[in-house]
Design a protein around this ligand. Sequence first.
Ligand code: ADP
Length: 327
Amino acid sequence: MPAIETLDLTKDYSAGFIRKRPLRALDGVNLRVNTGEVFGLLGPNGAGKSTTLKLLLRLIFPSAGTARVLGRELDDVAMHARLGYLPENPYFYDHLTAREFLNYAGELFRLPCAERRRRVDQLLVRLGLEASADLPLRKFSKGMVQRLGIAQALVNDPELIFLDEPMSGLDPLGRREVRDLILQLKAEGKTVFFSTHILSDAEVLCDRVAILNRGKLQGCGELREILSLGVSATEVVLENPPAGLLEEVRKLTRPAVKTGDRVRIEIPEEADVAPVLEAILRRGGKVVSVSPVKISLEDYFLEQVRMGPEKPPAEQGVARVDKEGER
Ligand code: ADP
């Protein structure tokens, strides 16, 4: 049984202030997420990622299409007690402490008192918040709030966890911690469905991904398979290239870029890599690295935007992918 299955899932919002017009945020999306996998929903801002999560959590309702979660209809209340959810940019009452807030979250799931205390203590340790457990949340940094958000998403020991941009706003250490936590959850047999616009996070974490753009599914499968279509060149980095070498290979390469004593050249056609390397070795050049230049997620989104529906709705921002998400 798949953990999530959507059938032509569609959502229209009403956009505009005075002259209302429909805005199709999600357009006939068919997805299948297997139990126990880490699944990434990728897409630029405005692609429809949060809308998908909110529909599956029944925070909003589809305009057309259906979905099943943990094999149940979306209106099955008992099924929702088996889910966890971290919203994008969570906000919590900042006069509460982390311990009070997690206790409150546990009460919403009607966890018995002793079990609630045990789980709250466990989660405070697991998310590295035990030292700050009794501080009011207004003293928390963005990273601590995000970790608390993840802790509340786990308070009911859910089978399926939805995380909306869980790495957003975190420093590299915080992102690493969240990545490790997601992998631990997978090792425990949980299913994790998370949205991101950062390729490197998806690359290290996801068994499979779906790529959304302007509400439409552009591809679904292993990230490697989807993006390997785009190996666009081979990059060779040299140290102190011998005189005459760059002139010799110029016809086969793009213009060289010099940084300090290193020179980077790009060979556009795969077939031409061997003659370039042969020339480098013959002239006694020192090769630092040879690597395929793959299409970045940013390139992919931009290409999809170019090939996408004729005219984007005015409200929709065109791809903005953080530089950190490249390659
Ligand atoms: P993402 O999470 O990929 O950034 P969203 O699902 O938040 O994208 O939004 C998809 C589109 O729907 C965007 O164009 C956004 O402006 C629009 N949208 C989202 N929520 C609403 C809403 N409540 N009312 C009107 N339009 C909305």
